[in-house]
Write a protein that binds this ligand. Structure first.
Ligand code: SAJ
Length: 425
């Protein structure tokens, strides 16, 4: 068993730390955020993720996971899982990776392992981390083993994916890759592939970029469909009958801390990333496009009230980071709209978080922003009674048009033309 320090106990670091602890390793979760460290030491979590609360409570009670605001000196393995946010000019803000790497230097001893898990621009290990780690006087790759092993877990399914997904380990040399593989073998049941650190960085970014570009294609289809008299969702379902086609779903934009940001790390590093750049801009244009659609339905925005259902970046999680629906909310408010929000998952992250029916009271339109499970069973007759304007806009193709219309409401769908080209007979 190893002693492991996980630096950064957020959405990635905490589940990773808890998983290692559950296998009997002695794990320290090191973070400067005292609130997160104090919660951890009480066996509590401050994020929403299925199963994580129970796991953390258990491993803390067993004494295998502790939180600390100091970097512990005597660990075998240091795993960096700090945020890599984006600057306003869309370049990566690497200050947390830098300071985490610096914090490790005085702790390093011969035989130690350093792993970067945070998603980072290509060449981060080589160009940013190695020069700092070398200040320890130890030989990297010979006395200290260094690798990038990107996290690839899907929020909402984190514990399952940590265990079952395959993993890429990109070392600065073969020995580093092999040593780091041994560490992850204790928690990963999927296959572990070895490569170089820069290839691993590129893989992670391309995985999320692949998804971003494909969602951009779906969003472009939605816009074209509204213009050309078709329903994008019908096109997608029919086109996806083709054995080699899999068009993703349009929506109000792409959010979260990964897909909405990572492609910019490639744009920053290479001016060849043109399609990637366009796709990012297309996805970023969606909140404004939805705002325009609402304005079209209501005949203007000033003085109107919108009941907005769901503001997190995707369903059934509490994360509002980079949420396109939060951007939509802001755009509507700037245009003079009163926005009532109902989000059963965002909790206190939203001031004045309404209940499902209170939210609709006197509103001109109900807009479904996120398809949370709680919205499956909305009673549209009750909603119709409360809404002032009898309009519903579904940005996720989630609500049944028939149920909405039976209640006397007009159903609008993102990606569906209001002037559908129909059969003559
Ligand atoms: N979205 C659409 N249409 C779709 C699919 C998604 O508009 O058809 C939107 C969602 O509403 C959401 C955003 O995209 O706003 C991203 O959601 P997601 O579920 O696609 O992905 P994330 O950001 O939660 O997690 C991704 C995953 N990457 C891939 O699937 C390639 C995950 O495996 C990564 O570990 C994670 O990024 C990460 O940490 O990088």
């Amino acid at each position: 068993m190893k002693s492991i320090c996980v630096i950064g106990i957020g959405y990635v670091g905490l589940p990773t730390a808890a998983m290692f602890a559950s296998k009997g390793h002695k794990v320290v979760g090191y973070d400067l955020n005292e609130k997160a460290v104090n919660a951890l030491n009480k066996g509590e979590i401050i994020i929403e993720e299925p199963g994580l609360g129970e796991l953390v409570k258990r491993v803390v009670e067993e004494g295998n996971l502790v939180g600390s605001t100091q970097c512990p000196k005597d660990c075998d393995v240091y795993i960096i899982a700090v945020p890599t946010p984006i600057n306003s000019d869309k370049t990566a803000d690497m200050r947390y990776v830098k300071s985490a790497t610096r914090a490790i230097v005085p702790c390093l001893e011969e035989g130690n392992i350093v792993v970067l898990e945070s998603t980072s621009p290509p060449r981060t290990v080589e160009d940013l981390m190695l020069p700092i780690l070398k200040e320890s006087g130890l030989k990297m790759g010979e006395q200290v083993y260094v690798a990038h092993s990107p996290e690839r877990i899907l929020p909402g399914k984190v514990l399952e994916e940590l265990r079952t997904n395959s993993r890429i380990v990109g070392g600065i040399n073969k020995k580093s890759s092999e040593e780091v593989k041994k560490v992850y073998e204790s928690i990963v049941e999927g296959e572990i592939f070895l490569t170089t650190s820069t290839t691993a960085e590129m893989c992670k970014l391309m995985e999320n970029t692949f998804r971003d570009v494909n969602i951009a294609l779906a969003n472009e289809l939605a816009k074209m469909s509204e213009e050309l008299g078709v329903n994008a969702w019908e096109v997608i379902s029919l086109a996806n009958q083709h054995p080699r086609v899999n068009i993703l779903s349009p929506g109000p934009g792409v959010g979260g801390h990964c897909i909405a940001l990572d492609p910019w790390f490639l744009v920053e590093k290479s001016d060849k990333a043109r399609l990637i750049n366009r796709a990012r801009l297309n996805n970023d244009s969606m909140p404004s496009y939805v705002k325009g659609k609402i304005s079209g339905i209501l005949g203007g925005l000033e003085g109107k009230t919108v009941a907005l259902y769901g503001v997190t970046y995707k369903p059934n999680i509490d994360d509002v980071r980079e949420s396109p629906v939060m951007v939509l909310k802001k755009l509507l408010e700037e245009a003079g709209v009163k926005v009532n929000v109902c989000d059963p998952h965002a909790g206190e992250k939203i001031k004045d978080n309404y209940g499902i029916y209170d939210c609709a009271k006197d509103a001109d339109i109900a807009v479904l922003g996120v398809n949370h499970k709680e919205f499956e069973s909305v009673d549209f007759a009750k909603l119709a009674h409360l809404l002032k304007g009898k309009n519903v806009l579904d940005t996720r193709n989630f609500w049944s048009a028939a149920s909405v219309e039976e209640a006397g409401l007009k159903y609008y769908l993102l990606g569906k033309s209001d002037n559908m080209v129909k059969w003559e007979n």
